[in-house]
Design a protein around this ligand. Structure first.
Ligand code: ZN
Length: 100
């Protein structure tokens, strides 16, 4: 179930509803953001623990993405690397082939 374009290191923000945004990367959600009736955006991590409250959606997105970075570096990018190494195996060029 891979999307065209392959892996991305940028998060995808899916607006489920006007006041509910799901953040995802590398094929899995890492948190969500919801807006209260008073207009405050609250970001939650993947365990549904509040990360913080923000005046704007973009601030909430930045904060939520930042909290995901440690996990992202360990899990998402490692997954990406292992896939890339599989793709590159066998296709590697040797630059020492030509000697005149
Ligand atoms: Zn990630």
């Amino acid at each position: 179930m891979f999307r065209a374009g392959g892996f991305t290191t940028q998060p995808n923000w899916n607006c489920v509803e006007d006041d509910f945004v799901l953040g995802a990367c590398a094929h899995r959600p890492f948190g969500f953001i919801s807006r209260s009736p008073t207009g405050v955006w609250t970001a939650f991590n993947s365990n549904a623990h509040p990360v913080g409250e923000f005046d704007t959606l973009s601030d909430a997105q930045s904060a939520l993405w930042a909290t995901h970075q440690p996990t992202h570096t360990i899990r998402c990018i490692e997954t990406q690397r292992s896939w890339l190494s599989l793709c590159r195996r066998g296709g590697r060029r040797d630059s020492e082939g030509v000697v005149s």
